[in-house]
Design a protein around this ligand. Structure first.
Ligand SMILES: Nc1ncnc2c1ncn2[C@@H]1O[C@H](COP(=O)(O)OP(=O)(O)O)[C@@H](O)[C@H]1O
Ligand SMILES: [Mg+2]
Length: 231
């Protein structure tokens, strides 16, 4: 479903070149739960932003569903983000002046084949919080809204950048379990980047980044569930 070929990203900082991605190639199958793991600064966010059409590589190719994304112009990239990608970020990125339900409806409104905002809110367990503003919600609840917002678009790909990075470990567990559940129920391909090596045990597919290079790429025969792991 997703093919990356020799992706490179070079940032220029005055005289210095930072090779954030240094020739990255991999494939991801439809319906997979893929965890991209690596230390801080290894290039995870750079890679995820390219996969989500928020950034372009310096060189290399990226194909999603037989479409060569790296040839897209700004308009095509914008449409791609709107239709095909659901994002979940570390700090939720909800609009503070909209209620939980309205945040989800905003995404529903720009999608091509959306699901129901009300139903998505219920599926993340927040039916009773529909009319609350983000400031009245806990971090875990805000992340649930963000997950519903990503899923309501019915995108091809759900991309999560350290989705539990701002949460305590217990809340983090419920968020990962929820992400797994809703992705499975909706037959979505889920890519999560994290510095937490424990999460690799939950994934079907693990890609390990170090200094902008892939140093490991493997499949788990038997992924564990969140209840099976301690952190
Ligand atoms: N906009 C930018 N300008 C310059 N350097 C950047 C920029 N974004 C990321 N980098 C550098 O690229 C490398 C990879 O960063 P990043 O993808 O954010 O890693 P991670 O998400 O794994 O922590 C780091 O050395 C970082 O400092
Ligand atoms: Mg990052």
């Amino acid at each position: 479903m997703l093919i990356a070929r020799d992706l490179k990203k070079i940032y220029h900082m005055g005289e210095i070149e930072v090779h954030a991605l240094d020739g990255v190639s991999f494939q991801i199958n439809e319906g997979e739960f893929c965890v991209i793991v690596g230390a801080s600064g290894s290039g995870k966010s750079t890679l995820l932003n390219i996969l989500g059409g928020m950034d372009s590589p310096t060189s290399g190719e990226y194909e999603l569903d037989h479409q060569l994304n790296t040839n897209f112009n700004a308009k095509a990239l914008s449409e791609f983000r709107r239709k095909d990608i659901g994002f979940v970020f570390q700090f939720y990125n909800l609009l503070p002046s909209l209620t939980a339900l309205e945040n989800i409806m905003l995404a529903e409104g720009i999608a091509e084949h959306p699901l129901s905002s009300q139903e998505m809110l219920e599926s993340v367990g927040l039916k009773e919080r529909a009319n609350n503003f983000p400031s009245a919600l806990s971090g875990g609840e805000q992340q649930r809204v963000a997950i519903a917002r990503a899923l309501v678009k019915n995108p091809k790909l759900i991309l999560c950048d350290e989705p539990t990075g701002a949460l305590d470990s217990k809340t983090g567990k419920t968020i990962i379990a929820l992400l797994q559940k809703v992705a499975l129920e909706n037959h979505k391909t889920l890519i999560m980047v994290t510095h937490n090596g424990l999460f690799t045990k939950l994934a079907n597919h693990v890609i390990r980044l170090q200094d902008g290079k892939i140093i490991e790429d493997y499949y788990n025969e038997k992924p564990l569930t969140v209840e099976d792991i301690e952190w």
